[in-house]
Design a protein around this ligand. Structure first.
Ligand code: GTP
Length: 235
């Protein structure tokens, strides 16, 4: 089957790597996610990944810490996740390059857009770590920024819910699921999909976002093949 999207940005939350344990890295979960990524990789899709760090550190933990310091700690936690993903994918035979937005050359190569593009062309998965390198920006914004820079066809926003709803489906059994939304709908309805910086960056650069759940391991492949899953945000 021919993939609908040829170059994708997969955004994974840090929590997605923690599995049931909710903190740190669950090896079986990382393995399962990596298998899902490999399924897409073998379909000749160019894959970039941004991973969050919330399984180690949430930027706004609220005990009076300086915001920038808290955000830098969050950026470092994304590096732990990127290295774990790199390792799992490489053990499956998928070539990976990690690039960090904050230079830490002994650990990974620094983010260089042109090098990232070459890696993608040479069929390497590129994982962008350490956020944008700046405090006050989320990893969702990192995904939007890198997707714009590398000209990705779509952002695949893997969540722990299967789509965007008008209220929390875990609390409200009558929550309404959206199949399609515009960027402005997300902003105007105050839907908690991505932060507003990330959404407007996608809007300004015409990058569609597909929000879906990782409950089904085939969902990343289904998303890349253009199947109607989750919620598509565009236009
Ligand atoms: P090509 O030039 O396209 O062949 O890419 P390549 O990534 O295979 O070649 P390169 O010689 O740049 O990198 C070889 C290995 O070293 C890869 O695993 C890179 O991720 C890694 N690498 C490259 N630059 C750095 C760096 O600055 N720091 C660290 N830690 N690793 C690096």
């Amino acid at each position: 089957m021919d993939a609908k999207y040829k170059r994708v940005m997969i955004k994974l939350s840090g929590e997605a790597l923690a599995g049931e344990q909710e903190f740190g890295i669950d090896p079986a979960t990382v393995q399962q996610i990596s298998e899902s990524v490999k399924e897409v990789y073998v379909h000749d899709v160019e894959i970039s990944v941004v991973v969050g760090g919330g399984n180690f550190w949430r930027g706004r933990q609220g005990f009076g810490m300086d915001k920038s310091t808290a955000d830098y700690m969050g950026m470092l936690s994304t590096v732990l996740n990127a290295l774990a993903l790199q390792d799992a994918l490489e053990q499956m035979g998928v070539p990976v390059r990690v690039q960090t937005a904050i230079e830490m050359k002994e650990i990974a190569e620094p983010y260089i857009k042109r090098k990232a593009m070459r890696h993608l062309e040479k069929r390497r998965v590129v994982i962008f770590a350490a956020g944008t390198g700046n405090p006050f920006f989320t990893t969702d914004t990192t995904a939007a920024l890198r997707a714009a820079e590398i000209d990705a066809d779509i952002i695949l926003l893997a969540k722990n819910v299967d789509a965007v709803y008008d209220s929390d489906p875990a609390i409200n059994p009558n929550a309404q699921k959206f199949d399609h939304l515009s960027y402005l709908d997300v902003i105007n309805k105050g839907l908690k999909v991505m932060d507003s910086t990330a959404i407007t960056l996608c809007m300004d650069n015409d990058i569609p976002i597909l929000v879906f759940g990782l409950d089904n391991p085939d969902n990343i492949l289904r998303a890349v093949n253009g199947e109607q899953i989750g919620t598509l945000i565009e236009g």
